[in-house]
Design a protein around this ligand. Structure first.
Ligand SMILES: Nc1ncnc2c1ncn2[C@@H]1O[C@H](COP(=O)(O)OP(=O)(O)O)[C@@H](O)[C@H]1O
Ligand SMILES: [Mg+2]
Ligand SMILES: [Zn+2]
Length: 497
């Protein structure tokens, strides 16, 4: 037998099988028991929350030969024909592909024909918001003079697009997003039925990504089934769905907030190389930042989107970051996610975004006086212990990057890939690792070089020439590179990839 997608196999066939939507289910079931169903309903709510499923249950209930307690029997010929899609009097119309006025005029004619097979005709019009204005008007006429033995169930994900005239003719039920707990419960039921063992963490991941829709949750489970065996853990889910681990996000943001630029770039490189999409990463980072905001305000009780027990300890640390920085960071990440949709997935945009956030943090937390003092030290003495010298150099570098960025973002984007090696005599040395030759060459162009020179002059208060060095081993015979290594030592120059 052909494989039936999980979301189809698990379509609720009776009210008792519906997850959530309690008030809707109770109201409809009571109306059925008491014979008080009205002739037109409008179901609104997010996709995959049960609108079509419940519409079909209603269609079965009105035609069922053994209706009991408002539930269809699923056994009589009407019920089974409806379940198999062979029942002439239950008519599903997808408004997205039948949106014209002719279609609705046609409908107006057809509704007058008596039911052929069952007790009542039920029209289920899905995505009803897609109808044209004229089509809505034609539909309205039908709803205004309802023929006997005909019911309408309109469904839409976009309630605000339904004209008031239509709304006022319908009884409206709003479907809500299902909670993560409700989704997890159903997924457990499905997994148990298929004898698949799936970790709680893995279920939580799916439930959160489903964003309240059970159809999406079941489709994700389907996808995971087809790649993984009978045991599924969090790693598997991350893998199959291309998601990023929350612990990784927490560590990445820790480095960003600490302005550890080199580590940020390297962490990004690793995940992108391992096959994660830049856009996905931007999206997950946005969700993470949102969680961080929620955590600062509400603590552990908040309804998080990505963080779990595992990342909580790191999140706690990050609440030290000022709310306005977290908020600005969130905006940067969301913008970047948008841009990446059209930008051919380019990782530079993502790097720039994280570095922007790092710079933002620096500008709010680095004390200007301290920076200046350190810049002085780094230029004037070589006696400092190495650790101090490194720290001073990093601070000067983040300062340079920040000011260059204020001048010109594209220059900043190029310069970010470099590394401040040190200052010696009247030269400041900036190195580019293997693979960044392009960046080095662009930086050597007059327009870019001048910006850096100007910024450095202002920061160090003297005229300094900038030397850009390509730190490829093969280039060691480059006299400038050789010199730089002499001054600053191999370990600082870091020629490894
Ligand atoms: N409330 C729910 N209870 C049980 N299953 C649901 C529910 N909502 C959605 N599903 C699952 O998702 C599938 C699609 O749901 P559907 O009723 O077509 O959603 P909608 O019409 O709201 O987009 C169903 O076949 C079922 O597997
Ligand atoms: Mg539907
Ligand atoms: Zn029946």
């Amino acid at each position: 037998m052909a494989y039936l997608a999980l979301y189809r196999a698990w379509r609720p066939q009776r009210f008792g099988e519906v997850v959530g939507q309690e008030s809707t289910v109770t109201a409809l079931q009571n109306a059925l028991k008491e014979g008080k169903l009205t002739h037109a309903y409008l179901f609104t709510g997010p996709r995959g929350t049960g609108k079509t499923s419940i519409a079909k249950i209603v269609a079965k209930a009105v035609n069922c030969e053994n209706l009991a307690a408002g539930e269809p029997c699923n056994e009589c010929s009407s019920c089974s024909d409806i379940n198999n899609g062979n029942f002439m009097d239950v008519i599903e119309i997808d408004a997205a592909s039948n949106r014209s006025v002719d279609e609705m005029r046609d409908l107006r004619e057809k509704v007058r024909v008596l039911p052929a097979q069952g007790k009542e005709k039920v029209y289920i019009i899905d995505e009803v918001h897609m109808l044209t204005t004229e089509a809505f008007n034609a539909l309205l006429k039908t709803l205004e003079e309802p023929p006997d033995k005909v019911r309408f169930i309109l469904a839409t994900t976009e309630a605000h697009k339904i004209p008031a005239t239509i709304r006022s003719r319908c009884q409206i039920y709003n479907f809500r997003r299902l909670t993560a707990a409700e989704i997890i419960n159903r997924l457990k039921q499905v997994a148990a039925n298929d004898e698949v063992e799936i970790e709680e963490d893995a279920l939580l991941l799916i439930a959160r990504r489903a964003n309240g829709g059970l159809r999406d949750a079941l489709s994700m489970l389907d996808q995971i089934y087809s790649y993984k065996g009978k045991k599924v853990n969090k790693e598997d889910v991350l893998d199959v769905l291309g998601l990023v681990d929350d612990l990784f996000l927490a560590k990445l943001m820790e480095k960003v907030f600490a302005q550890d630029v080199a580590e940020v770039i390297s962490m990004l490189g690793q995940t992108l190389n391992s096959g994660k999409e830049a856009q996905q990463l931007a999206k997950e980072a946005s969700l993470y930042l949102r969680d961080l905001m929620l955590y600062s305000v509400m603590g552990e009780k908040a309804d998080f989107s990505v963080i779990t027990e595992e990342s909580l300890p790191l999140i706690k640390q990050q609440t030290k970051v000022k709310p306005e920085i977290i908020f600005a960071a969130l905006k940067i990440m969301m913008d970047t996610g948008d841009k990446l949709r059209f930008a051919d997935g380019h990782k530079y945009l993502l790097e720039i975004a994280f570095l922007d956030i790092a710079t933002l943090t620096a500008s709010k937390t680095v004390d200007r006086k301290k920076t200046e003092a350190m810049s002085k030290q780094i230029t004037e003495t070589n006696e400092l212990p190495k650790a101090n010298k490194n720290e001073a150099r990093d601070v000067l570098w983040s300062k340079i990057l920040q000011e260059v960025k204020e001048q010109k973002i594209p220059t900043h984007a190029l310069l970010c890939q470099g590394k401040l090696l040190g200052v010696k005599d009247d030269f400041l040395y900036i190195g580019f690792k293997k693979g960044y030759k392009f960046h080095k060459e662009r930086m050597e162009e007059k327009a870019n070089r001048e910006i850096v020179e100007m910024v450095v002059k202002r920061l160090l208060n003297k005229d300094i020439q900038i030397q850009f060095i390509f730190l490829d081993e093969d280039q060691y015979n480059d006299i400038v590179a050789k010199k730089a290594i002499e001054y600053f030592g191999e370990n600082i120059v870091e020629i490894k990839d």
